[in-house]
Write a protein that binds this ligand. Structure first.
Ligand code: FES
Ligand code: FES
Length: 170
């Protein structure tokens, strides 16, 4: 009996078909099979938020999602969000506010922030903190991260585009 299943899904806009074991997590699939290592695994139990990706536009824990559950769906990882410039203003604000602390937790923070601002145009600081409650940073505080997300919410609401991330003319 076959121990693998064929899945087809879109990852960062690319249609992909692969054989996976039924118990392979989406996090392992992205990291091992597709080398998309921006999605990190920390706790592997849905607590730290390092593994967050978008599944059909919704933030999900890739460590708690089986790869087979993503079959037929669209997955976006931090790499895809970066390439499409969907989080360029968030990345810039994290940089400006010194909120880019380590490469381990930051991708999940950016996915959380992106998901939050897709749902809420101008979240309060309490709402930003609430959204970040599933992202663990083990090093320091969240003040700069909240500042950065609040800054982007205000900039987007004011219709500001981050000039530093506009493409250079050819
Ligand atoms: S690795 Fe998924 S929440 Fe920690
Ligand atoms: S800055 Fe990444 S875990 Fe603290």
């Amino acid at each position: 009996m076959s121990t693998t299943l064929s899945i087809s899904l879109s990852v960062n806009g690319e249609e992909i078909t692969r054989l996976v074991e039924p118990r392979e997590t989406l996090a392992d699939f992205l990291r091992r099979d597709l080398q998309l290592t921006g999605t990190h695994t920390g706790c592997e139990m849905g607590v730290c938020g390092a593994c967050l990706v978008l599944l059909d536009g919704r933030p999900v824990h890739a460590c708690l999602t089986f790869a087979v559950q993503a079959s037929g769906a669209a997955v976006e990882t931090v790499e895809g969000l970066t390439e499409s410039a969907a989080i360029a203003d968030l990345q810039r604000a994290f940089h400006e506010r010194n909120a880019l602390q380590c490469g381990f937790c930051t991708p999940g923070m950016l996915v959380t922030a992106h998901g939050l601002l897709a749902r809420e145009t101008l979240p309060s600081r309490a709402e930003i903190r609430d959204a970040l409650s599933g992202n663990y940073c083990r090093c320091t505080g969240y003040e700069a991260i909240v500042d950065a997300i609040e800054t982007v919410a205000r900039r987007r609401a004011a219709g500001e585009v981050s000039a530093a991330f506009l493409e250079e003319p050819a």
